[in-house]
Write a protein that binds this ligand. Structure first.
Ligand code: IPE
Ligand code: IPE
Ligand code: MG
Ligand code: MG
Length: 311
């Protein structure tokens, strides 16, 4: 892995940061979640973007805070989505219940926000707060669309942009701001993070259909069972009116067999490959922007990561 050194430093900074969480329960629970795995993509995006200029210790401190912000969003996401397993382990909500998980996620996010604001970089702070608002609006949009399967492709893209791509875009934007890149470059870094983020959520949505708990460390098939329609379903609904009718008849009271049938139809169709192709288009876009940055190191390291996401 060509960014192994960066990942090691990110890990070290995350561990140091966790030790300073004042609330003992939140500290222990965060340690448990962090030690159970995770790809550290958001801090990595920040550090790789920083390589456009100078990377100092404060970049790693902010990167570690970003991972804690991501962790807090996962704690809350698992409450909303009824997620029992993540990274192959029980989630905070499934062990301690909703009340405790809400408080822990809240305390952790405020701790991370406080750390980032204390760096006294106004632009970074404003970007972070704006992004967190967007992320919450994305989760809310998804909640409002639950069991409403008649949504458009553009609704879907708005949802994944808000709930997922926004945090990736923030990560690479912060790298640009911290390394004092010029405005044009910061915009490009934003767009690179954003496009990879969209691709990433499409892949996560595909994996929910095709993968297993053993591989993804989460219970699969949860999106449609939770009333959340994702890209492969939307694509098949456009093509197959019988399938569309069956999807539209789903309610929260539907039997598991109905969900299994719908998932099997998607698996058998060409729509998974079409969804992979759409995910690849976002990666193509990111690569084309990368090529204009004028930094071979940033281009090489992001391209390595992008290559892993291509089907
Ligand atoms: C999970 O993100 C939430 C989504 C945006 C799909 P990751 O897949 O990056 O989660 P970890 O941190 O690697 O577990
Ligand atoms: C999660 O999207 C997005 C955020 C955490 C904001 P998902 O709900 O698809 O993520 P997983 O599948 O639970 O990781
Ligand atoms: Mg979820
Ligand atoms: Mg998912």
């Amino acid at each position: 892995m060509i960014y192994i050194e960066e990942l090691k430093k990110i890990e070290k900074n995350i561990n140091i940061l966790i030790e300073s969480i004042p609330d003992e329960f939140t500290r222990d629970e965060t340690k448990r979640i962090i030690n159970s795995g995770g790809k550290r993509l958001r801090p990595l995006f920040l550090i790789l973007a920083c390589k456009i200029g100078i990377t100092d210790e404060s970049c790693y401190e902010i990167a570690a805070s970003l991972e804690l912000l991501h962790t807090s969003s996962l704690i809350h996401d698992d409450i909303i989505d009824h997620g029992d397993i993540r990274r192959g382990r029980e989630t905070t909500v499934s062990i301690y219940g909703r009340e405790k998980a809400i408080s822990t996620g809240g305390i952790l996010s405020l701790f991370a926000i406080d750390k980032i604001i204390s760096m006294k970089n106004e632009r970074v702070s404003i970007a972070m707060i704006d992004t967190l608002e967007t992320l919450c609006l994305g989760e809310l949009k998804q909640l409002n669309e639950r069991y409403n399967f008649d949504i458009s492709y553009s609704d879907y893209i708005t949802r994944i942009s808000q709930k997922t791509a926004s945090l990736f875009a923030l990560s690479s934007t912060m790298g640009g701001i911290l390394s004092k890149a010029d405005e044009k470059t910061i915009d490009k870094l934003h767009d690179i993070g954003f496009n990879i983020g969209c691709s990433f959520q499409i892949l996560d949505d595909i994996l929910d259909i095709v993968s297993t708990k053993k591989i993804i460390g989460k219970v699969s098939g949860m999106d449609i069972r939770g009333g959340i329609i994702t890209l492969p379903f939307l694509l098949l609904m456009e093509k197959d009116l019988e399938f569309k009718k069956n999807v539209l008849s789903i309610t929260f009271q539907s039997q598991d067999l109905e969900f299994i049938k719908l998932i099997e139809s998607v698996k058998k169709s060409s729509c998974l490959d079409e969804a992979y192709s759409i995910s690849n288009l976002f990666l193509d876009k990111a690569l084309s922007i990368l090529a204009t940055l004028g930094s071979s190191e940033v281009e090489e390291k992001f391209s390595y990561l992008i290559d892993k996401l291509y089907k």
